[in-house]
Design a protein around this ligand. Structure first.
Ligand code: NAG
Ligand code: NAG
Ligand code: NAG
Length: 276
């Protein structure tokens, strides 16, 4: 294996009653590619931005093998089924189901800013993706931009120059003498410069010509089209990031990112010690 030898800690607990042993795996030694920053020193946000970029570059390269096992490759990335209903506007009422979802583009993520709050250790992160592409199989009934649709088939949505503003809530806890982040919520806001999409078999194959002109219409009016699908894309990005960040931060101590992070006892005035 190409990555440096890391010492992995194991914290095990016998679950009361059922007698099953549950273990939490985590790093007890800092990987060489990680650069810790000091939040109580000036220049923290610059250091953190650089450090998170370097860390994510290594995660993308597969340098955290446990993530490959529990999450899978970052780019392209497989996700489960998405079920989606929207009925919040006059122009759009859709119920959709997307399976075999493949997400491409996170491999080129640029961290533009990584801020951490000294008050509650929540994060505000600006991420840029040159392109994000979702591929899958869809089933959909409803209306988009006043057009009545019903179809099933292949779909792709390609988003250019995606700016993601991510708000992450965390809760600190202690494990094996380190302080960890528990990522409790991820919310994102998205901006982009263009969206291109293609939905095959839009009218269950009744008219190829209408299907072609409808796709053309969606692409010509991509801003309105994207608004109709915004909740679907936001939900996909939030779920993906929460899953990835949750797994990463149960594995890697917060001390390796912020070397002077307070313990949960110091921050909250009581100790939160959990084994998951
Ligand atoms: C952070 O980086 C920016 C741009 O690279 C620079 O203008 C700014 O002076 C830096 N701030 C600190 C506190 O180092
Ligand atoms: C999106 O653009 C608006 C308006 O320009 C801006 O206020 C907002 O901060 C941007 N959000 C992101 C995530 O870039
Ligand atoms: C993390 O937070 C979730 C609730 O958001 C909770 O169920 C879980 O037990 C927490 N895990 C740890 C290790 O604190």
């Amino acid at each position: 294996m190409s990555h440096p030898l890391l010492i992995i800690g194991l914290l095990c607990a016998v679950l009361a009653g059922i007698g099953r042993v549950k273990c939490a795996e985590f790093y007890t030694e800092k990987p060489a590619f990680m650069e810790p920053c000091q939040i109580y020193e000036p220049g923290f946000t610059n250091c953190s931005t650089r450090s998170v970029q370097k860390f994510m570059d290594n995660v993308i390269k597969g340098e955290i093998p446990e993530i490959l096992e529990t999450f899978g490759p970052i780019d392209p990335m497989k996700q489960d089924q998405l079920v989606f209903e929207q009925d919040n506007s006059d122009v759009t009422t859709i119920s959709a189901d997307i399976t075999d979802l493949l997400i491409s583009g996170f491999g080129k993520m640029m961290i533009k800013e990584s801020k951490v709050s000294k008050k509650d250790f929540s994060w505000q992160t600006k991420i840029f993706l040159p392109r994000l592409r979702l591929d899958g199989q869809y089933k959909m009934v409803g209306r988009i931009l006043l057009l009545k649709l019903s179809g099933a088939g292949k779909i792709y949505i390609e988003i250019d120059n995606l700016d993601i503003l991510m708000h992450t809530k965390t809760h600190l806890y202690e494990k094996g003498g380190f302080t960890f982040y528990n990522v409790t919520s991820v919310k994102v806001q998205l901006n982009m410069t263009g969206v291109h999409s293609q939905l095959d078999n839009l009218f269950n194959g009744r008219s190829k010509e209408v299907e072609r002109s409808t796709n053309q219409f969606f692409n010509d009016n991509w801003r309105d089209f994207f608004e109709a699908l915004r909740p679907l894309v936001v939900q996909t990005v939030e779920r993906t990031l929460q899953d990835l960040l949750g797994k990463l931060f149960h594995l890697i101590p917060a001390n390796f990112f912020v070397s002077d992070i307070p313990t949960s006892l110091n921050l909250y005035g009581r100790k939160t010690q959990m084994i998951t």
